[in-house]
Design a protein around this ligand. Structure first.
Ligand SMILES: [Zn+2]
Length: 400
């Protein structure tokens, strides 16, 4: 509840790193708290990464890193977050006091039922809560405190990593894995109790450039070829009930126009391309280009329009890496079971810092924190889930 009060929203339109300086406000607090626990090497670098080591009591064990991101999503305000602890939750609707239109109901979030009689944390109605990912930060800090206070626990070396800018997709841009020096890692950035994720989308970003032929509209007859109209025709020709996020779920990928800009002379359409099978991304791009070229070739009004496509790799399904290290999965499942938690393994329709880190050489699956309704004013979390996640982390470093 202390951490969420610190505004750490990241900014996708910033060109600095970290994207907002204020993220370091929390990172600095974390460094001070770790040092106060006796984690002497805790430090913050100029990019906003916090790294720290909890020394091993058993040196033969692998070096495990736990990672969480300090930033909150740009989708919803993170300024003046006022967390509320609801004790002995009744199961009824939770009306957020600063905006009574914001009501968290069991009908919308059936998972609330698990916390009847228990404790829930929400925001106050005007902001997100920031459980994503300050719940992850909290869980790691609590584990650190527990290990430092209970020196009799036999565990291997533990690395702690707090990253900025995960929500704007740049969380690992300046990450020095050599300096971190871990064998493998786990992000604390998952949802409901028991969830365990080591499969993510593979993701590309496509920009379709459309170059029309411009003319003064008063003398445009037979000359003007309007890039805006071409863009409109392409969007209209996209499949309606397949191949788009509105109509796909589970393991089915999509292509999603998420930004458009331009004028009569030229325009650009940006697309997110996602699938669990990396080779399919190329097929999606080819299909999109064929569709776009089909529009201009079949329409004489667009005969001089030029179309080009630019594809940028974003991240890849971490399973391609994790499959080569089955022990990392087994170790986590064992740790869940020792905490009496049944692992719920499912693919994430998105990416995590762990997707990038896995391909940079640090295999990094994702562990639950409990966070729900993330990136919204309804964001909430049950305290039990965070407590259980701490137990899982302690089990993970203890298991031999
Ligand atoms: Zn997150």
């Amino acid at each position: 509840m202390r951490y969420v009060r610190i505004d750490t929203q990241s900014d996708p339109n910033s060109s600095t790193f970290p994207s907002t300086e204020k993220q370091k406000d929390l990172s600095q607090v974390l460094v001070s708290e770790l040092q106060a626990m006796g984690v002497v090497d805790a430090h913050l670098d100029k990019y906003g990464y916090v790294m720290a080591t909890i020394p091993a009591s058993v040196t033969s064990l692998p070096i495990i890193c736990f990672c969480a991101h300090v930033d909150t999503a740009p989708d919803c305000s993170g300024t003046h977050v006022k967390p509320i602890l609801h004790q002995n939750y009744s199961g009824g609707p939770i009306v957020l006091p600063e905006d009574p239109n914001q009501i968290i109901r069991v009908e919308d979030y059936p998972y609330l039922k698990e916390f009847i009689g228990g404790e829930i944390i929400t925001a106050s109605g005007k902001t997100l809560l920031g459980a994503d990912d300050k719940a992850g930060v909290t869980i790691i800090m609590e584990m650190a405190k527990y290990l430092m206070e209970n020196q009799s626990i036999q565990h291997g070396p533990v690395k702690i990593l707090f990253t900025p800018d995960e929500e704007v997709g740049r969380g690992t841009d300046h990450l020095d894995l050599k300096k971190l020096g871990a064998d493998f890692g786990y992000t604390l950035d998952g949802g409901a109790l028991g969830s365990f994720e080591f499969e993510t989308f593979s993701a590309d970003y496509i920009v379709l450039h459309i170059e029309g032929v411009i003319a003064h509209p008063g003398a445009a007859k037979g000359v003007l070829q309007n890039a805006i109209k071409v863009a409109g025709a392409i969007i209209a020709a996209l499949p309606k009930n397949e191949w788009c996020p509105e109509y796909t779920e589970d393991r089915i990928g999509f292509i999603h126009p998420n930004h458009i800009e331009g004028g009569a002379e030229k325009a650009r359409i940006e697309f997110l391309v996602r699938d669990f099978e990396t080779p399919k991304l190329k097929l999606y791009a080819q299909r999109l280009l064929r569709l776009a070229e089909g529009i201009i070739h079949s329409n004489t009004d667009f005969s001089k329009v030029k179309i080009s496509m630019e594809v940028t790799e974003q991240y890849r399904n971490m399973r391609e890496v994790i499959d080569q290290h089955p022990a990392i999965i087994e170790r986590a499942i064992h740790a869940y079971e020792r905490a009496n938690i049944k692992p719920i393994i499912s693919p994430i329709r998105g990416g995590t810092d762990g997707s990038r880190m896995s391909f940079m050489g640090l295999p990094t699956p994702n562990i639950f924190t409990g966070m729900q309704a993330i990136h919204s004013k309804h964001e909430w979390i049950g305290v039990r889930d965070m407590v259980k996640a701490v137990e899982v982390l302690v089990n993970l470093v203890e298991i031999i």
